[in-house]
Design a protein around this ligand. Sequence first.
Ligand SMILES: Cc1ncc(COP(=O)(O)O)c(C=O)c1O
Length: 455
Amino acid sequence: MSDTVKYLLGEADIPTHWYNLVADLPIPLPPPLHPGTGQPIGPDDLAPLFPMALIMQEVSAEREIEIPDQVRDIYKQWRPTPLFRARRLEAALDTPAKIYYKYEGVSPAGSHKPNTAVAQAYYNKQEGVKRLVTETGAGQWGSALAIAGAMFDLQVDVYMVKISFQQKPYRRALMESFGARCVASPSDETASGRAILEQNPDSAGSLGIAISEAVEMATQRDDTKYALCSVLNHVLMHQTIVGQEAIQQLDMAGDFPDVVVGCTGGGSNFAGIAFPFLGAKLRGGRDLRIVAVEPAACPSLTRGRLAYDFGDTGHLTPLVKMHTLGSTFVPPGFHAGGLRYHGMAPLVSHVLDCGLIEAVAYHQTECFAAGIQFARAEGIIPAPEANHAVKGAIDEALRCKQEGKSETILFNLCGHGHFDMQAYTDYFAGNLVDETYDESELAMALAGLPSVAAE
Ligand SMILES: Cc1ncc(COP(=O)(O)O)c(C=O)c1O
């Protein structure tokens, strides 16, 4: 057993329930507010956007929510995902630390995103929805929803952040192969897109802008709903199967992490790997450190303010209390497209505020360097987003080396980079710039935060 590299589970080991961290929080999560009244919103306020089953999950305080059989059956197409012991990376780093990574890149979209895409498509189909509209940053989420839409016979329209649309033409082709329609955002199809283009015809787009376009389109037709890639409680909860499987697999290895590391854009990948461990700790289980890694060019957790803000640039969403850089902030066009979001999931923001997790920010070139080192040792090219977690894990392993400690490090390799080779080409050509987000820009975006009495 000592040389085992992959820890594999059988289909019967796929979790039967999603885990809801809300049930174990020491301090309750502040509620979403109606932007007009400043009062907490109710399920009916969300009904134009989401099917009621997902809204009930969003507001649920139940610790576990059963995964429908049809969703579990589709999960079997790629789940359980493998847990690797990174023996070759450990040797390359010459560290006494043990490094494990859960690999979500084996999914049909190449990332963790289908875990929630399939669930969201299922509940929409159950409630008679015909069309789903969404945004995508890196293209991973749009691909995941396109695949889920094909499985449930739903039309899928995807507003893809323009810079990613240009950087990744094959992501668009993948979405179209599954029957989805993919539009560069900002587009002239929506009032919010046209407003942005009027101000800045060359706008690179952002997740905040693409969300506005998708929300606007979803509210215009009765047979259409909106699907969100991250941020909301139910989306984070769907990802917890990742951490639950990792717990079983580490158990097979006779190990338990001292540190769990995940990259975070909207928060769903991070929550997926971390929340099952955090929940166990909150219920009296073993202590551990949990580290969220974000891009220095879009540092909502490390430099943003915890405040009520809109989830989108066009101010069509409810207000949620989250770490935010301001909804008007348009991040520079760096290559980890899935991490270019002005806010952070309320749940992730809340657990940082409660002191239950740590956060760190890295520049893109150091993340690409870490990703290359990982790829050359382990044989997998990570998605640029995942490189942030790789960098976080390598730094923890090097700390262990310096301190002479044999700690166990777990991170989520949330996606492969096979559609991101232009980013690697740019990195090798020395064309990647580390954007610094200066204080005046930050102050300007934060000055536009909505004033909310409940704060
Ligand atoms: C591979 C990958 N990792 C991470 C993310 C970030 O999103 P989240 O923080 O919701 O996991 C994305 C988003 O598109 C992604 O594609």
